[in-house]
Structure formats: C-alpha cells, structure tokens
Design a protein around this ligand. Sequence first.
Ligand SMILES: [Fe+2]
Length: 233
Amino acid sequence: MRKSILMICLTAVTLLAVPSLYAVSPNQDMVTNESGEYILPELPYAYNALEPHIDEATMRLHHGKHHLAYVNGLNAALKALAQARETSNYDLVSYYSSQVSFHGSGHLMHAIFWKNMKPNGGGVPTGKLAAAIDKEFGSFDAFKAHYIAAATKVEGSGWGVLGYDPMGKKLLVMQVEKHQNLFVSGVVPLLVLDVWEHAYYLNYQNRRADYVKAFFNIINWEDVAQRFEAAQN
Ligand SMILES: [Fe+2]
C-alpha cells in the first residue's frame, strides 16, 4: 500500500538505502494512510529488544496502547475540526485545537523516541554532533549530566529533550511537560526521552532516575546525528 508521507518538523532529505527495519527515515516520523489519517509507525526492533533497560511488557503497552491513543486522538481532533468547518460551528474550536497540540505532539515525540533507541546502543556520539555537543555544553559528560538532571526532574509527566535551534544554530536541552508545554518554538527535537510513568513504572516503579540513566545504554546516536544533520539543512 502506497503511503503518503507528511513531513513534519524537519526538512526533507533524500531517502537513500535505509536499514530494512526502518519503515521510514528519521525525517519521516509521522506517516499517514491514503485517507490522510495518521497511523501508528512500527517499532524498528522487537518489543523485547531493549531489555534489560526497557522491558517487553512496558514496550508493548507503551507502543501499542499509549502511542496508539495519541494517534487516534490526533485523528479524532482533526476530524472534529473538519466537521466544524463544514457546519460553521466553532463552539469547541479551542478544545479541539488544544487536542491537536497535545495528541499531535504526543504522536511526534513517541515516533522520534522509538527511533532514538536501538539494541546495544549507547556509547558516545561522533563526528559533527559530538563536536557540537562539546562546543555547546563543554563536554559530552557535561551534556549528559545536564540531560539526565533535566529529564529526571520533569515535574509530573513530560520529556527530556535535546533539540536544535535553527535560528540561533545552537543545541538546547529542554524540559518538556506533557508533550508540548515548555517547548521552545521552532526547535527541532533530536533526542527525546519519555519520562511519563507509563514509560518506566512497570519495571522501575518510582525510580525514574535509574530509568533515565539506563536510557544512555540504548541511545541510537546514529539516528540523533542524522536528525542533527537534517535540521541544519
Ligand atoms: Fe509515552
């Protein structure tokens, strides 16, 4: 089935040969079907592939239930807004606009999150990304400490984010609440870590800090570097 691709957030790059497990490139995170509805992207690895750092049961629930709910919520909100246009009834436009922001951001962040990880990942970035991290944060270790602190200390549900600001040409570490609050407009997310309880509670219970540290064992730095490269073009 031919899928139309909606380019969100990142600029287009030519899709060359990608690993067979990749359904789409890092720059094509949000995929739609022929009707223009968003669909749940497949994981680029098996549900148990990230163990012991993230367990299979958590991954199944997280991807198959939670992420899917954001996809469905985004489609439902867009459908309601289309109906509002047809009927010229905009009584609920504020509600559905906020739903688009919440579910749309939830969908995008999860789509990036899955690809930011891989089995036997971790280590350190190389090349231009490594140089940019050193320039912006002083060293990789300083960046890592900052990122871990930011992600661990998110108040309530949210994300730790390394992003690229194309206007200032700078890397930023952000603390995002829910999926969209406290985001810096225009910044392209490169490395995102879900710290909602649904992302870790089955295995780590209240030990969010342990989960955040474990994330650094499964980061797919090649994916992050590809996003950084694309964000600069
Ligand atoms: Fe999540």
